[in-house]
Design a protein around this ligand. Structure first.
Ligand code: SF4
Length: 475
């Protein structure tokens, strides 16, 4: 089946032509279907549609078919059920983060879309047009016939409108939002919550950065590993006068639980959230756990905005009081498909992201290329781009991270430079400070996000020694 699926993507243009012809004439069958009765027509059509589409596309019968806008690649084959573009964990060779032997379905979708547009010879760096912004999956549609919808002239799924500044309900900005709208460089740091029911360790780790950073990201089961919940850890920091960015991953909770947590976080004084899809469970310490992925980061962003700006749950039910949050998302300019990364960022901005934090930057050339396109599309004027940097104690540790942490790219030259030094820890720190200097010189970068697992002292030294706090950004 998998071979047939790849063949179908290779022949996406032919399939698209067939689809276009069918879409034109098939509504003529609508009176017949109504005569038979839609329920009976659906029961008759479903098995035929399932067999045909399963054979050709590995179709999962989601009932919300968008094959013709995803290059004839069924993106429901994505293990994380990404609806709006690739996750940040695509491997360097284009393989899926979760199933290494399978190419990322979003790379297939991009290639299929290029073939449909007749642009397959234009080179791998060609960006295809952005696909529509899709809402979260409606699981009540599972197994339903999309063909019948097309016959009846109904869209299989309604794309969601792009977020407009006019939608924003102005609220009193928190300190991170205020810093983001100033001219100076923003500095954030990442802290992992402890494996403990005692908050003292967390408070001590985070307090190390008081006065040094604008906010402290609290990771949510990073790498698929279990720790204290990010909502609880963020609330603890808030109660101690620190400014958390509450990270929310889609891996472990469905939309009901996530929306409840967002309300709870806001009620406990949290002002900033970061929406992520999350690493797969196979990477972490509970590989036997069930991954949820009811939402992807784009749909989570849209839901969070709806809660803040319209005071509504995603179901449309009204909140008594809307949360007031500064909402961010992630981007990974350092993983393939490089050209689609900018479209992915644009989708997140269209879905309402107000700030972006990137994956670790060890390759400034790749970042510069990405930022050129950010400036060309003026995305840096619509959201704040904060670039991730970090360090580990040795070339071996960095090399391990590059091969085990999804989406992290460390150039061979950087590894060789650190490996060649007697004091690898000091050299890795120097590399990080130099990277910060180079990143801060790129027009459109609003700040730096410093990361490093349980390495708080070195991170604090890096922030101090790089002179980040005194810098103004280049706009
Ligand atoms: S790499 Fe990510 S987006 Fe691509 S198929 Fe795998 S899980 Fe889905």
């Amino acid at each position: 089946m998998y071979t047939v699926r790849l063949w179908s993507v290779r022949h996406a243009r032919g399939f698209r032509r067939v689809y276009a012809a069918v879409e034109r004439y098939i509504p003529w069958l609508a009176p017949l279907m109504r005569g038979i009765g839609l329920a009976r027509a659906e029961a008759a059509m479903r098995p035929l549609e399932r067999i045909t589409k399963e054979f050709l596309f590995d179709c999962r019968m989601c009932g919300e078919c968008v094959l013709s806008s995803t290059g004839m690649a069924c993106t429901m084959n994505c293990p994380k059920q990404m609806r709006n573009g690739p996750c940040g964990g695509v491997r360097g060779d284009g393989g899926c983060e979760v199933k290494a032997e399978m190419p990322c379905v979003w790379i297939e979708a991009g290639l299929g879309a290029q073939r449909i547009a007749g642009l397959e010879d234009a080179g791998a760096d060609l960006t295809t047009e952005a696909m529509p912004l899709l809402p979260p999956r409606n699981h009540a549609h599972d197994g339903r016939s999309s063909w019948l919808q097309v016959i009846c002239g109904k869209p299989t799924v309604e794309p969601i409108p792009r977020f407009s500044e006019d939608d924003v309900v102005r609220h009193e900005p928190g300190s991170l939002e205020t810093a983001c709208h100033s001219k100076r460089f923003v500095v954030t740091v990442e802290v992992a919550p402890p494996d403990s029911a005692d908050p003292a360790v967390l408070i001590a780790r985070a307090a190390r950065f008081k006065g040094l950073v604008d906010a402290i990201n609290i990771t949510d089961g990073a790498g698929g590993n279990c720790h204290m919940s990010s909502v609880a850890a963020s609330a603890i920091l808030s109660a101690h006068g620190l400014i958390p960015v509450y990270q929310v991953a889609c891996r472990d909770r469905n939309r009901i639980a996530i929306q409840g947590d967002i309300l709870g976080a806001a009620a406990l004084g949290v002002q900033n959230i970061l929406c992520l899809t999350g690493d797969d469970v196979s990477q972490g310490d509970h590989p036997e756990a069930k991954p949820v992925f009811d939402l992807d980061a784009v749909s989570l962003l849209r839901i969070a905005r709806g809660m803040c700006d319209r005071g509504l749950y995603s179901s449309g039910r009204k909140l008594d009081r809307a949360p007031s949050l500064f909402i961010g998302a992630t981007a990974n300019p350092f993983a393939p498909p490089y050209a689609d990364r900018i479209l992915n960022l644009e989708k997140k901005v269209d879905a309402g992201a107000q700030f972006i934090q990137t994956q670790f930057c060890f390759d400034v050339d790749l970042l510069e290329k990405f930022m050129r396109e950010v400036r060309r599309r003026e995305l840096h004027k619509r959201c704040q781009i904060i670039v991730g940097v970090g360090t580990l104690g040795s070339a071996k540790a960095l090399s391990w991270m590059a091969s085990h942490v999804p989406g992290v790219h460390v150039p061979a030259a950087v590894l060789a430079r650190i490996a060649a030094c007697a004091d690898q820890k000091a050299e890795a720190k120097r590399v990080c400070i130099e990277t910060i200097g180079a990143v801060a010189d790129i027009e459109g970068v609003a700040g730096i996000h410093v990361m490093g697992h349980k390495n708080e002292d070195v991170l604090a030294e890096i922030i101090n020694e790089s002179g980040l706090r005194e810098r103004e950004r280049i706009t």
